[in-house]
Design a protein around this ligand. Structure first.
Ligand SMILES: *Cc1c(COP(=O)(O)O)cnc(C)c1O
Length: 397
């Protein structure tokens, strides 16, 4: 038995998963019911709330243990993490960096901070992230190898990095992308901002790229209030990341000596205290978010013309944000659904405006973006807080 597509039924299905609530339901809210207050109090009592303190070291150690990355460097936010990761990957002014058109604006902004040009590439409907086959064909046709560098044949600019992004926490096909990047000798830097807790065959994302980044913004699966981290398996790059994000100060008991122009990007100890408490809950967050995703899958299973995005076969996703995908013929109803959902207090959202549709990036070089365009027209993100899975009883009734 199937149910016909109808805006009213879509809203009813969403509400059946979310359950009874007081007030509007946000797209994503943090859960702060662990040791957050205890550690923050400990941090404040110690007096070490700022640039020095044990919580930062502990947070980095725990991140490294969770992800399997040899080194994690905590910084002020995910955008700053990506800025420094790109610099350390060798991105220089005048270079081009391949980024998906379907991403949060920060991915491209970090490229621009390096004085480089974002070069927009298409997504794959199976992962919502960078399409390795399309990338491969594009690099073959539009780039050449020149003096040990990969160069865009039409702009003559060096392609300095590829930045895959794990959309809504769902892993991209990293094995395939790493193979393409290796073949064309372009460093890969993963924007894993949304993907803490996501794995591919047991291995945590953020460990394929030469460097990777995670965000701990208030709306991500784990938050430090605001924060980010750089991950790498290369010890030397890890040391460089720490140095560059701490004003490049040379270690000395009292002297202020700085051997390059560094950044004041270090995560404050107070934020790291919050982060230590949050990381203790990561497994339960992932479990609850996966249960919520299963609830959405169930609620829409028999509805025609719409489905809930499901993680690719090779991956175990953290399901940071759930996404409804309208069939192409129902894309015209996207805004109707968003309007009706908001009227009912369900704060659903469309995907980000594609980067080439923003005036600031309209002139960037780009490949055919038909898949990203198509996804953007018919995708709707729905409330995905871990706390909502407490109501999953309603979803499966
Ligand atoms: C959140 C996010 C970032 C940036 O993280 P901030 O901590 O907000 O600076 C970068 N890329 C993507 C894909 C994100 O979702």
């Amino acid at each position: 038995m199937t149910r016909p597509f109808e805006i009213g039924s879509v809203i009813a299905a969403l509400k059946s998963v979310i359950g009874p609530t007081q007030g509007p339901v946000a797209l994503h809210e943090p859960s702060l019911d662990g040791n957050e207050i205890r550690y923050a109090t400990e941090c404040i009592s110690s007096g070490w709330v700022s640039s020095v303190g044990s919580f930062v070291d502990e947070f980095e150690r725990r991140l490294s243990a969770i992800t399997g990355a040899k080194r994690a460097v905590a910084v002020v936010n995910g955008t700053a993490a990506l800025h420094v990761a790109l610099l350390l990957a060798g991105v220089r002014p005048g270079d081009e960096v391949l980024v998906p058109a379907l991403t949060f604006v920060a991915t491209a902004n970090a490229v621009a901070y390096c004085g480089a040009v974002p070069h927009l590439v298409d997504s794959d409907a199976a992962t919502l992230g960078l399409d390795p086959r399309k990338l491969d064909a594009y690099l073959k046709e539009h780039t050449t190898s020149r003096g040990g560098a990969r160069v865009n044949s039409s702009t003559n600019r060096r392609i300095a990095a590829v930045v895959p992004m794990h959309t809504f926490g769902h892993p991209v096909d990293l094995d395939a992308l790493a193979e393409v990047c290796a073949r064309f000798e372009i460093p890969m830097v993963e924007d894993a901002a949304e993907a803490l807790g996501s794995r591919i065959r047991g291995r945590h994302v953020g460990t394929w790229g030469r460097l990777s980044i995670i965000s701990f913004n208030g709306n991500k699966i784990v938050t430090t209030g605001g924060g980010g981290a750089i991950l790498t398996n290369d010890e030397a790059l890890g040391r460089r990341a720490k140095h560059l994000t701490t004003t490049a100060r040379r270690p000395h008991p009292w002297l202020y000596e700085h051997d390059e122009i560094g950044y004041n990007y270090r995560m404050p100890n107070l934020n790291a205290a919050l982060g230590c408490a949050q990381l203790e809950k990561l497994d339960s967050f992932v479990e609850r978010k996966r249960a919520l995703a299963a609830g959405y899958q169930h609620a829409f299973a028999d509805m025609e013309g719409i489905r809930v995005f499901r993680e690719p076969d090779f991956a175990t996703s953290n399901y940071w944000l759930n996404a409804l995908l309208l069939d192409p013929e129902n894309a015209v109803h996207r805004d109707g659904i968003l309007r009706a959902a908001h009227q009912e207090g369900v704060l659903a959202r469309p995907a980000w405006t594609l980067l080439h549709r923003l005036a600031i990036y309209a002139d960037c070089p780009r490949m055919d973006l038909s898949c990203a365009e198509d996804l953007q027209r018919r995708l709707i993100n729905v409330p995905s807080s871990a706390a909502l899975s407490r109501t999953k009883l309603v979803a499966t009734s």
